[in-house]
Design a protein around this ligand. Structure first.
Ligand SMILES: NC(=O)c1ccc[n+]([C@@H]2O[C@H](COP(=O)([O-])OP(=O)(O)OC[C@H]3O[C@@H](n4cnc5c(N)ncnc54)[C@H](O)[C@@H]3O)[C@@H](O)[C@H]2O)c1
Ligand SMILES: [Zn+2]
Ligand SMILES: [Zn+2]
Length: 361
């Protein structure tokens, strides 16, 4: 029997989101039904609403979530009703070519996530990143549930399900920031600040936060930024070079997703340094760089999808670090809001007033 819950839906490009009834079926083989307790509002939800990710409207938004398993499908093992879980959009499948080659962080199995939730009239819903958690209940692939210590608050835990993991992992996994490195992070929203926190955790010696908003730069210091640059008033490439003895940073993490900030990242890194793109561009964006500079500056130009994380490896560890007081994930939660507050949360995100608004259900 399907469960009737209220969900936050994007119905067409650019239109405000709406709340409507969603039908959530009981779990079939390989699936889990989850009671969502908290779900963060990520910039990627806004990208969905703006048509920047696909045209499979209507979308059931929300994907940074934690909750409790209600029921599991008949063949599901290792997961039981009552388990406290963080939902992930990388349910490693073990079968695809990435998994078979021993590189499961490139697994795209989540794109096969269950798509059985509908509107009341039967219209199929596309759950954001295969999750769709702006609703009291959601149906996911069992592998999208990662069990963690229930001592962590759901509104903090859920953030590991997307933006915070993406930022931490961009620094720790993709860039491989290590002790003594200099790092610059361009764009200090939830994702960029998590990259700053990850760099601090790894022992970076200098961490330069770059943003166009002074309030964001102030917050970035709380996550470990040692220096800040407002790129609306100063040239970030010059400033980063000046702060690194004229060299540029060993690692530059771009957490905005725009050609101009990517170009800044490209030129702000040291020779043979690493650029990591974690910000998500839109399909229209183009990049133009002298090919000779790409060759001559050497190093690595990488993208980071979900911080190259492995949920089963990374989520429990990061939750433990948080519970031990070594990872202040609670600082990402600017406010908790009801389901009805998602549209206003997008506006606050655009005005730069929040790191994360988190819906409590
Ligand atoms: N790669 C992944 O797996 C992954 C996962 C989650 C989110 N993301 C993406 O990461 C990006 C950041 O997400 P977020 O939730 O932190 O967004 P956010 O809106 O909270 O933060 C963006 C920040 O960039 C700053 N900014 C905007 N224009 C700038 C410019 N020209 N120069 C410097 N700073 C600028 C803003 O002031 C803001 O602080 C988004 O594109 C999002 O879609 C990627
Ligand atoms: Zn796989
Ligand atoms: Zn996200």
């Amino acid at each position: 029997m399907a469960h009737e819950v209220t969900g936050v839906i994007a119905t067409e490009v650019g239109a405000p989101v709406s709340m409507t009834t969603v039908l959530v079926p009981d779990p079939g083989p390989g699936e889990a039904l989850v009671s969502v307790q908290a779900c963060g509002v990520c910039h990627t939800d806004l990208h969905y609403r703006e048509g920047g990710i696909g045209a499979d409207f209507p979308y059931l938004l929300g994907h940074e979530a934690a909750g409790v398993v209600d029921a599991v499908g008949p063949d599901v093992t290792g997961l039981a009703p009552g388990d406290f879980v963080i939902l992930n959009w990388r349910a490693v499948c073990g079968q695809c070519r990435a998994c078979r080659r021993g590189r499961p962080w490139y697994c795209f199995a989540t794109h096969n996530a269950t798509q059985r939730m509908t509107l009341a009239d039967g219209t199929p819903l596309s759950p954001a990143l295969g999750i769709g958690a702006f609703a009291a209940k959601t149906l996911v692939a069992a592998g999208q549930c990662t069990k963690v210590d229930p001592a962590i608050k759901p509104e903090v835990a859920g953030l590991l399900g997307c933006g915070v993991m993406a930022g931490l992992g961009a620094a720790l996994n993709t860039a491989g920031v290590s002790r003594g490195d200099s790092v610059a992070v361009i764009g200090c929203g939830g994702v960029g600040d998590a990259a700053i926190l990850g760099s601090a955790l790894a022992g970076a010696r200098k961490i330069i936060a770059v943003d166009v908003d002074d309030r964001k730069l102030e917050w970035a210091r709380q996550f470990g930024a040692t220096d800040t640059v407002n790129s609306a008033t100063a040239d970030p490439v010059e400033q980063i070079r000046a702060l690194t003895e004229g060299n540029g940073a060993d690692v530059v993490i771009e957490a905005v997703g725009r050609p101009e900030t990517y170009t800044q990242a490209f030129y702000a890194r040291d020779l043979a340094g690493t650029v990591v793109l974690v910000g998500v561009p839109t399909p229209q964006m183009r990049l133009e760089l002298p090919l000779l500079d790409v060759f001559g500056r050497g190093g690595a130009l990488k993208s980071s999808w979900y911080g190259d994380c492995l949920p089963t490896r990374d989520f429990p560890t990061l939750v433990d670090l948080h519970l031990q007081g070594r990872l202040p994930l609670d600082k990402f939660v600017t406010e908790t809001i009801p389901l009805a507050g998602v549209e206003e949360a997008f506006a606050k995100m655009r005005r730069g007033e929040v790191l994360r608004s988190v819906v409590l259900l």
